[in-house]
Design a protein around this ligand. Structure first.
Ligand code: ADP
Length: 402
C-alpha cells in the first residue's frame, strides 16, 4: 500500500511516498519557490540515493503537486495517480479540536479555517494543499495529523495564560503547543527502545531543530509543552527568542520607536542563536565561530544550553519525577556537546550520561545514559512523515472495516 505524505507550506510542498507494507520511503522531495521565477522540484530516490533537481515553472500549489506527480510518473516511480492508495497531510493548527489524526472532511477544513488567525502562515497553505489533492485525487482517502493534536491533553492550569480570562473566551488565547507529531513519535519510540510503554513513563521530550520545543509526556499524555499560543514561546531557538519578559516589547516600542511588526520580526527572525551570536541560526556555524574565538557565539550556545536545562528541570517538577529524557531534531540527534552540557550536574535527578556513548551517536536511535542511570537518556531520530503515513493507514483501515 502506497501512501503519499504532503506538507504544504506557503511557497513549498514537501512530499514523501511510502510503501507501507514495509514502511520504507520510496522517494522524498520538495517543490520550492512556488509562484516565483526560479521555482524547482528536488527529489531523492531512497533505493539508490539518486537525487534530481529540476527547474519547473509552477504558478500555484495545484501546478506544484501536478508537477510532482508527473515527475514521479515520468521517472517510473509510480505508474500513475492510481498507484497512490491514500494521502496523509501534515497539518498545523486545529485550535481546541482533535486529539489525534483525522480523516479530512469538509468539517475539518472548516475548523482549520476558523483557526487561520492562530496560524496565519501555516493553515491557509495547509488547506490549499488538501483542496488541491482533493481536486487531483477525488476518489482517494485523505487523512491528516495536526501539530497541536498531541497537546490537547494538557490540563487547563497548564494551557491557560494568567491574563484576563476574557481573552480566552473571546479569542481562544491559550497555550496550544506545536511539534506534537514529533513528540508523540519519539516518546513512543523511546518507550519501545526501553522495552516498555509510554503509559509507564514520565518523559521529557526535547525536539531541538531550528524550532525547538520540550514536552512533558506523563504516562503517554502531553501535560505541558514549551511552545504556546505561537511557536515563539519556550526555549531559545535558531532565530526565535523563546521566553522573554513581555515588558521588553513595550520597552522597545518606546525606546526604539519600533512598531509591532518590527518587534515581531525581531523576536521571530533576528533573535535566538542568530540574534545573540550575530553569526547564524545554525548551531554548526555558531559552534565553528566559537571555536574560532567568537565570544558572542560562545554566549549564544551557553544561553541555549542553560535555558534547555532549566526547562527540563521544570518538567521534572511538573510531572513529579522524570525517568526518561529524549533528544531529537537536528541538534538533539547530532550534537553530543549540547546533550552532555544540558544534562551536566543533573545527577541529583538521577541522570548519568555515558559520555563515550554520547560522543558516538549521530542521527541514530540509542540509549546514551549509563546502565545504572535512574533516568534513561535516549536519542531518537524524529520521523513525523512516518507517523502521518501510519495514521493514514490506520484511519483508512478503520473506515474500511465499518
Ligand atoms: P528544522 O527544524 O528546520 O527541521 P533541523 O531539525 O534539521 O531543522 O535542525 C537544524 C539544526 O540542527 C541546526 O542548528 C543544525 O546545526 C543542526 N543539525 C542538523 N543536522 C546536523 C548534523 N548532521 N550535525 C550537526 N548538527 C546538525
Amino acid at each position: 500500500m502506497k501512501v503519499f505524505v504532503v506538507n504544504s507550506g506557503s511557497s513549498s510542498v514537501k512530499f514523501q511516498l511510502f510503501e507501507m507494507d514495509n514502511e520504507q520511503v520510496i522517494v522524498k522531495g520538495i517543490a520550492q519557490k512556488i509562484a516565483l521565477s526560479d521555482s524547482h522540484i528536488s527529489f531523492k530516490l531512497c533505493k539508490n540515493r539518486e537525487s534530481k533537481k529540476l527547474a519547473i515553472p509552477m504558478k500555484n500549489h495545484q501546478e506544484a503537486i501536478d508537477a510532482i506527480l508527473t515527475l514521479l510518473t515520468d521517472n517510473h516511480i509510480i505508474s500513475g495517480k492510481n498507484d497512490i492508495d491514500a494521502i496523509g497531510h501534515r497539518l498545523v493548527h486545529a485550535g481546541e479540536h482533535y486529539h489525534s489524526a483525522v480523516v479530512v472532511t469538509e468539517d475539518v477544513l472548516m475548523r482549520m479555517t476558523e483557526c487561520n488567525d492562530l496560524a496565519p502562515l501555516h493553515n491557509p497553505p495547509n488547506i490549499l494543499g488538501v483542496r488541491t489533492c482533493q481536486k487531483l485525487f477525488p476518489e482517494t482517502f485523505q487523512a491528516g495529523c495536526f501539530d497541536t493534536a498531541f497537546h490537547q491533553t494538557m490540563p487547563d492550569y497548564s494551557y491557560i495564560y494568567p491574563i484576563d480570562y476574557a481573552m480566552y473566551e473571546k479569542y481562544k488565547v491559550r497555550r496550544y503547543g506545536f511539534h506534537g507529531t514529533s513528540h508523540l513519535f519519539v516518546s513512543c519510540e523511546a518507550a519501545k527502545l526501553l522495552n516498555t510503554t509510554t503509559e509507564s513513563l514520565k518523559i521529557v521530550s526535547c525536539h531541538l531543530g531550528n524550532g525547538c520545543s520540550l514536552t512533558a509526556v506523563k504516562h503517554g499524555k502531553s501535560i505541558d509543552t514549551s511552545m504556546g499560543l505561537t511557536p515563539l514561546e519556550g526555549v531559545m531557538m535558531g532565530t526565535r527568542s523563546g521566553d522573554v519578559d513581555p515588558g521588553l516589547i513595550f520597552f522597545l516600542e518606546e525606546k526604539e520607536g519600533e512598531d509591532v511588526a518590527s518587534v515581531k520580526r525581531l523576536l521571530n527572525r533576528k533573535s535566538g542563536l542568530k540574534g545573540v551570536s550575530g553569526v547564524s541560526n545554525d548551531m554548526r556555524d555558531v559552534t565553528a565561530a566559537r571555536e574560532g574565538g567568537n565570544d558572542r557565539a560562545r554566549l549564544a550556545i551557553d544561553i541555549f544550553i542553560y535555558r534547555l536545562k532549566k526547562q527540563i528541570g521544570s518538567y521534572a517538577a511538573a510531572m513529579e519525577g522524570v525517568d526518561t529524557i529524549v533528544f531529537t531534531g537536528g541538534i538533539g540527534e547530532n550534537n553530543p556537546e549540547v546533550r552532555s552540557r544540558t544534562l551536566h550536574g543533573l545527577s541529583f535527578l538521577g541522570v548519568t550520561l555515558d559520555e563515550e556513548k554520547n560522543k558516538s551517536i549521530f542521527g541514530e536511535s540509542a540509549i546514551i545514559s549509563t546502565p545504572e542511570s535512574k533516568v534513561k537518556v535516549v536519542v531518537i531520530p524524529t520521523n513525523e512523515e512516518l507517523v502521518i503515513a501510519r495514521e493514514t493507514v490506520r484511519l483508512r483501515n478503520q473506515q474500511k472495516s465499518k
